[in-house]
Design a protein around this ligand. Structure first.
Ligand SMILES: NC(=O)c1ccc[n+]([C@@H]2O[C@H](COP(=O)([O-])OP(=O)(O)OC[C@H]3O[C@@H](n4cnc5c(N)ncnc54)[C@H](O)[C@@H]3O)[C@@H](O)[C@H]2O)c1
Ligand SMILES: *[C@@H]1O[C@H](CO)[C@@H](O)[C@H](O)[C@H]1NC(C)=O
Ligand SMILES: *[C@@H]1O[C@H](CO)[C@@H](O)[C@H](O)[C@H]1NC(C)=O
Ligand SMILES: *[C@@H]1O[C@H](CO)[C@@H](O)[C@H](O)[C@H]1NC(C)=O
Length: 477
């Protein structure tokens, strides 16, 4: 796996990885020409800049190309860059960033700088850094501390380098997982007190913030961008609609037309999966516990069944409930030879995979992320990603989806940085709906979509401001 054509290794997560090759290649493909830790190496950009630590600065040209490709498919964030480029709404912002480092987040970082911010950046994950992109950022003069395959110690060292530097008092944190926030609270409490705002991306990080807030230990304002509507729709409905087929095809080469599929759960994720499956001519069955979602499935022309009623006949089983043990060993005992079983929900408990680890069953690894579990009579079940989220392991994330997230993060930073004193207390907030609407509006021109405007009369009739927000907070879309 290590010797791939030079260019293939640089296509990770970007648009192109959708079309060529298997994505796991781009994740694990390594360009570690040597075993020297980047921390031991002295590197300089061509301009003599050396406040960074990346695998190999010479890869910068490849990374720059990746960033340029991502820019093409991230119209919202590029529009924000253009529109706010003159106002510099982040002038004076000193941002510590801790996110995945890939072509798409590079577009975010460079946008923040364009809007006036100073940044120092580390990776939120020891495996996900695109080394060539980190190199391109360093070459462009940004203090970036990240490489793929960091040790745990490197990981914290990198974040520390972003927090604690000469002539640097950060006033904003952009976090994905809460690690930069955590380190600052623990190690630099005085510095942390000077921070104006935290923007947190991940479920875990948001959870940590709510806990801090409950314990009365949150001394700054934080914004939870995990739950903004636009992001949620894209992460769940639209993204899964694209990735379910992609994941299954890459893993199994299955043909979908005429296949019988059981989808457990008809929430956002389930709905997205079903739209795609129906489009390819699958016969789709739904299992649901909620009568409202069950009725929605009926109205969408799907058969609502108890899993057990169809478990002997279906070709593919997909879980999307967020629940546990939705597919049990008993059900898997009944499945027919060759049934594909996978999970699109967040938790890896939906399929009771542990129940398959018994002496009577044989596991055969047939591919990366694909196992055959073989029953004593020779029956095989095709289990994907060992029941973990199949789309993470077997699919790529379109840049467009990340453009939505990146815009949301940028606008949350702008909002917190510019908020007049008193608007926010030391607590966790959701992105104001108006900002959420703005994120969506930034993406409309790329579809040549033309938004209608309220007349004065209509605005009065509806009791709305002509500039939004257009819906009450409880509206579900
Ligand atoms: N794979 C992905 O790309 C992806 C993306 C976003 C979220 N998720 C995860 O997917 C899961 C579902 O997300 P969602 O937004 O659709 O949530 P949701 O709450 O909208 O939908 C889940 C549905 O499952 C139903 N359900 C619960 N237990 C069930 C059971 N035992 N049998 C049948 N149906 C059952 C619920 O009634 C609900 O309608 C969550 O864990 C979420 O974190 C996955
Ligand atoms: C974050 O979003 C996910 C799904 O979009 C949701 O299930 C979860 O409750 C949110 N987390 C928090 C802590 O708000
Ligand atoms: C894959 O699943 C994760 C977690 O549920 C979600 O955040 C992401 O948007 C999904 N990606 C795609 C490409 O569907
Ligand atoms: C299951 O399918 C495989 C592949 O088609 C076949 O080789 C095997 O004999 C089948 N096993 C049973 C028990 O039907």
């Amino acid at each position: 796996m290590r010797s791939r054509p030079a260019d293939a290794g640089h296509r990770s997560r970007g648009l192109i990885s959708l079309f060529i090759g298997c994505v796991s290649a781009s994740y694990t493909d390594s360009d570690e020409e040597d075993d020297v830790s980047p921390r031991e190496k002295l590197q300089k950009s061509t301009k003599g800049f050396d406040d960074f630590c990346v695998r190999n600065i010479n890869q910068a040209p490849f990374g720059r190309r990746e960033i340029e490709i991502a820019e093409q498919e991230m119209p919202g964030i590029m529009a924000l860059r253009k529109r706010a480029g003159d106002d510099k709404p982040l002038k004076g912002a000193k941002i510590v960033g801790c996110t995945h480092i890939n072509a798409q987040t590079a577009v975010l970082l460079e946008t923040l700088v364009e809007l006036g911010a100073c940044v120092r950046w580390a990776a939120c994950n020891i495996y996900s850094t695109q080394n060539e992109v980190a190199a391109a950022l360093a070459e462009a003069g940004f203090p970036v501390f990240a490489w793929r395959g960091e040790t745990e110690e490197d990981f914290w060292w990198c974040i520390d380098k972003c927090v604690n530097a000469e002539n640097w008092q950060p006033n904003m944190i952009l976090d994905d997982g809460g690690d930069a926030t955590h380190l600052m609270i623990k190690k630099y409490p005085a510095m942390f007190k000077m921070v104006k705002g935290i923007v947190e991306e991940s479920v875990t990080g948001v959870h940590r913030l709510y806990q801090l807030s409950k314990a009365g230990k949150l001394t700054v304002t934080a914004m939870n961008v995990n739950d903004s509507v636009t992001k949620m729709k894209f992460d769940n409905l639209y993204s899964c609609r694209e990735s379910v087929i992609d994941s299954l095809k890459r893993a199994t080469d299955v043909m979908f037309g005429g296949k019988q599929v059981l989808v457990c759960g008809y929430g956002e994720v389930g709905k997205g999966c079903c739209q795609a499956l129906k489009g390819l001519g699958c016969v789709v069955f739904i299992s649901e516990i909620d009568p409202i979602c069950a009725l929605q499935a009926c109205m969408d022309g799907l058969r609502v069944v108890k899993a057990n009623e169809v478990i002997r006949q279906v070709d593919i089983v997909i879980t999307a409930t967020g629940n546990k043990n939705v597919i049990t060993r008993e059900m898997m005992d009944k499945m027919k030879n060759g049934t594909i079983v996978c999970n699109m929900g967040h938790s890896n408990t939906e399929i009771d995979v542990n129940s398959l680890r018994t002496p009577d069953l044989t596991w055969e690894k047939v591919r990366n992320q694909v196992d055959h579990v073989i029953w004593p009579d020779g029956k095989r079940i095709v289990l994907l990603a060992e029941g973990r989220l199949v789309n993470l392991s077997c699919s790529s994330i379109p840049s467009f989806v990340i453009s939505i997230t990146a815009c949301t993060q940028a606008l949350a930073l702008i909002e917190l940085f510019n908020a007049p004193p008193g608007r926010y207390k030391s607590d966790v907030y959701l992105l104001p709906k108006k900002m959420d609407e703005y994120v969506a509006s930034l993406h409309l021109p790329s579809f040549d979509a033309h938004l209608s405007e309220l007349t004065d009369e209509q605005a009065k009739y509806m009791g709305l401001n002509k500039a939004g927000p257009f819906k009450p907070n409880y509206y579900r879309y």
